[in-house]
Design a protein around this ligand. Sequence first.
Ligand code: NAD
Length: 244
Amino acid sequence: MKNDIQNIVILTGAGLSAESGIPTFRSKNGISYWESTDNAGVPFFHRVEDVCTPEALARNPALVHRFYDERRTTLATVSPNPAHEALAALDAAWPGELLIVTQNVDDLHERAGAKRLIHMHGELQSALCAACGKAVPWTQALPPGTVCMGCGQPRLRPDIVFFGEMPYQMDAIDEAVRHADLFVSIGTSGAVYPAAGFVQTARHVGARTLELNLDPSAGSIYFEDSRLGPASQLVPQLVRELLG
Ligand code: NAD
């Protein structure tokens, strides 16, 4: 695996954090749900369209803000798992270029120690002003109408890239993928674009492509190599191979 590889891009998704106790999306009849639990611990589901779109935020800001408040609160109860830790160790030790691009909005990569990291879909612990565009660190509840300290408008919202919005730092990501020798996708369903298309760019420039996932994903056919299993086992094994 190590021969001739200098530049690595690693795309991570919700499956990486699943073993830390953060639920992934579930799909039924073509509709995606995000699983939650009520105060009594009983599971229920949020439709993606109700909590992850600009239209949902305009229609029912209280629901959308509460949904992300709950996810932000959950962060205190979870910890990085061996997959996050292995990627942080790779980041620290890899002498060539390396970029971890995560679709996850949790902070488990950075809590494990990863530094070369882009949160392309935003972060739970950040608030974004819909009026002036300034983002600020945010660890508390974020009620609708919270005033932005920068411009004074009551327009702070969760700093999450909703479906239909442009992911962050696409130029930097594209540049890294175009120079990759190895592109690895971990724990992502391959259903959410533009992230799902990175593998095709990587192949176009001649990078090796590897998918690690619990089940074959929608994009599996685009990868040269696929390994199936839990990220907490597959990722440390891959990092051992890369670091020798
Ligand atoms: P997804 O929920 O659509 O797919 C998760 C994938 O992970 C599936 O293919 C599943 O087979 C795989 N998986 C589940 N458990 C695994 C494990 N233990 N080891 C390896 N793979 C495992 O997630 P996605 O593709 O990342 O897209 C969902 C969107 O939802 C993203 O944009 C993300 O922002 C958001 N999301 C984020 C979080 C988070 O921050 N932790 C959680 C859920 C959803």
